[in-house]
Design a binder for this molecule. Structure first.
Ligand SMILES: [Zn+2]
Length: 84
């Protein structure tokens, strides 16, 4: 099964997921279905899209500060756990 990389269009959260055929996952952070699907293989267009999404997420940060802080907290917690 292919592993896809997703970027949430709602909160900018980025994650990888093994996806069955025609399955549409939701964002684990904000449960949004607005996900941008990408292959894990890095290409020029992928990194471009990522920058665009990052800027978009940053632009939305003002409107979603609470959610953003929560997402950041969750992210840091996960990173911490991964390194234990
Ligand atoms: Zn999200």
């Amino acid at each position: 099964m292919p592993i896809y990389e997703y970027i949430c269009q709602g909160c900018g959260y980025q994650f990888e997921k093994i996806v069955k055929l025609d399955e549409s996952p939701n964002c684990p952070e904000c449960d949004s279905g607005e996900l941008e699907k990408q292959f894990t293989v890095a290409t020029v267009s992928t990194s471009r899209t990522r920058d665009k999404s990052f800027n978009k997420a940053r632009a939305q940060a003002g409107n979603m500060k609470k959610e953003k802080d929560h997402a950041q907290m969750e992210y840091e917690r996960k990173v911490h756990e991964e390194h234990l």
